[in-house]
Design a protein around this ligand. Structure first.
Ligand code: SPV
Ligand code: MG
Length: 544
């Protein structure tokens, strides 16, 4: 239903209807969520939220702009408090066009003189408009509207200005005759006597709207029984927020701390919800594939690194100092350089010593009896929560490998769900007797590999030299599509109590056995596996 039609329905439903004030997009949304079928775009509160007086100190286009945000944020009709119409009949008919263009359903104008003053500030000294001039304004507005259901409500200020019932009725009659769709009869008394007297005489000549700001103690049944059509709760959200803001600002200023505030204010998640953040997330999935969430990395760092002896007595290998800062800080910086900000570090041995700031930590408290895959599972569970099931690339790597950012750019290989880097210069490692995960690939490294899609056949530390094509560097990139696959494979492997100590190569081999393609990118160098004290010395010269 059109908003104009919905609003006309409120005026003519035959029941007492209610609309509530709003003064910006957020408060408009809150009004709609509370269940109101319409919104009052109050002149008082829109000017107040700008910090100015209700004396037409905001321009009419500023009001219009505010209304546009309110209308965009909601689906229920809005009636603008159009003050005196912001000028002559000519200004008013231009206003009508602009309101219609912005989806505003109705406007109310009051029979005072521009620039007006709020009715509750010395109302009885305020001059009223010439009746005929105001009639012409209403008629011009009605002639200007393009949508037949757009409503113009004429507000009679006779009581406010100190006139009696006779003047109020005379004016209402004139405005009704000029085409007004309803009369708003306003009163500044603390009792509803004036508006009830008016309604009694007016009967049902057209719908009557009231604003019980001053006679707030009146029971709503009184309005119902009198046959009013619409009640406007005119300023209460702004007033509620003033009280809350004053209290909160004072408290924060006094306490210089947020502890006692936090539970008494809306969480930022509620702010995001009201702003419609979720819709944007979903739209990004449709229109910005792969970019919904920034890529992330998991750094497996639960083990001690026993080979380093006393160096790892009070901290794990990942916290060993290299050129003045922990190994983990070097790794984090390299990831950051490659644009990967979200880093999840799995801690285990001496977990409290692992405290490089700015990283996400999860703990594998069973690190002594379990292996890398249990650690990885902890990390994926953590990402599942915070990343809403991910939806982006993830790199898994080890906490004892220093590397150049170049490695990460190699892993970016588009369109592949699983990518590993393999060092083709493996012979030296082998000859030095290093423990390593050797890789068997579909093709050896050669000049032609650039044009060949090389895939991994198997990883292992027990591979015959003749079959080795390179050394796995410990990096696995998983795409958003690969994420659920890896999760299932991991759950399968870990469902067997015998396999709690399994490592990353076991997972990768299982992925291959299940028919997944693991893309191999060959490279030489640009990384350093830190296992021994000699490696540590080499790390001192390593240039990320
Ligand atoms: C407004 O909300 O701006 C009104 C109603 O015009 S009142 O403040 O009661 O005049
Ligand atoms: Mg007003």
């Amino acid at each position: 239903m059109k908003k104009t039609t919905a609003f006309r329905g409120l005026l003519t439903s035959g029941e007492l209807e209610f609309i509530c004030e709003a003064h910006n997009g957020l408060s408009a949304k809150i009004v709609e969520e509370a269940g109101f079928k319409g919104i009052w775009g109050s002149g008082l509160t829109i000017s107040a939220q700008y910090g100015v007086r209700d004396n037409n100190e905001t321009s009419w286009t500023q009001v219009l702009e505010t209304l546009e945000f309110m209308s965009d944020a909601t689906s229920v009709p809005i009636m603008l408090d159009g003050d005196t119409g912001y000028g002559s009949f000519n200004n008013f008919r231009r206003l009508i066009h602009k309101l219609e263009q912005r989806g505003i359903a109705a406007v109310c104008i009051e029979d005072k003189i521009f620039p007006k003053t709020n009715s509750f500030i010395s109302g009885d000294t305020q001059p009223l408009a010439d009746i005929n001039e105001f009639r012409g304004k209403i008629k011009a507005g009605k002639d200007a509207q393009l949508d037949d259901d757009f409503s113009i409500v004429a507000r009679v200020e006779a009581f406010i200005a100190g006139w009696g019932l006779g003047e109020a009725l005379r004016r209402a009659e004139a405005y009704h005759g000029a085409g007004a769709d309803a009369i708003l009869i306003h009163s500044a008394l603390a009792v509803p006597d004036e508006v009830l007297a008016f309604k009694k005489e007016w009967a049902d000549r057209c719908p009557v709207v009231i604003v019980p700001t001053k006679y707030y103690a009146t029971a709503t049944e009184v309005f119902e029984d009198a046959g009013f059509s619409l009640v406007i709760w005119a300023n209460h959200l702004l007033r509620a927020s003033i009280t809350a803001m004053q209290r909160t600002a004072k408290q924060i200023h006094t306490e210089q701390n947020l502890l006692s505030i936090e539970d008494n204010v809306a969480g930022v998640d509620e702010v995001f919800r009201l702003q419609g953040a979720q819709e944007l997330k979903e739209a990004e999935k449709r229109y910005l594939p792969g970019a919904e969430i920034a890529p992330c990395a998991v750094i497996l760092a639960a083990s001690r690194g026993k080979e380093l002896g006393s160096l790892t007595e009070d901290k794990p290998k990942v916290m060993i100092d290299i050129r003045g800062k922990p190994l983990l800080a070097h790794i984090a910086e390299t990831y950051n350089l490659a644009g990967i900000k979200k880093l999840v570090v799995v801690r285990g041995y001496m977990k409290h010593a692992v405290d490089v700031p700015g990283l996400d930590y999860v703990d594998n408290d069973r690190h002594e009896s379990t292996g890398e895959l249990v650690s990885l599972k902890h990390a994926l569970d953590h990402l599942g929560d915070s990343h809403g099931g991910l939806g982006t690339d993830m790199v898994v790597s080890y906490g004892d490998v220093l590397f150049n950012k170049y490695i990460l750019t190699l892993l970016e290989e588009p369109g592949e769900d699983f990518v590993v880097t393999v060092d083709a210069d493996w012979v030296n490692s082998r000859n030095a007797g290093r423990e390593a995960d050797w890789a068997v690939c579909s093709h050896p490294n050669s000049r032609n590999t650039f044009s060949t899609n090389v895939s991994l056949k198997r990883l292992g530390d027990d591979i015959q030299e003749a079959n080795i094509h390179g050394e796995w560097m410990g990096f696995l990139k998983v795409s958003a599509k690969g994420f659920p696959i890896i999760k299932t494979a991991l759950d399968d492997l870990l469902s067997n109590p015998e396999q709690q100590q399994f490592k990353m190569p076991d997972l990768i081999n299982m992925l291959i056995e299940d028919g997944n393609t693991i893309r191999v990118i060959y490279t030489t160098g640009h990384w350093l596996d830190i296992d021994t004290v000699q490696d540590l010395v080499a790390a001192g010269n390593f240039n990320e």
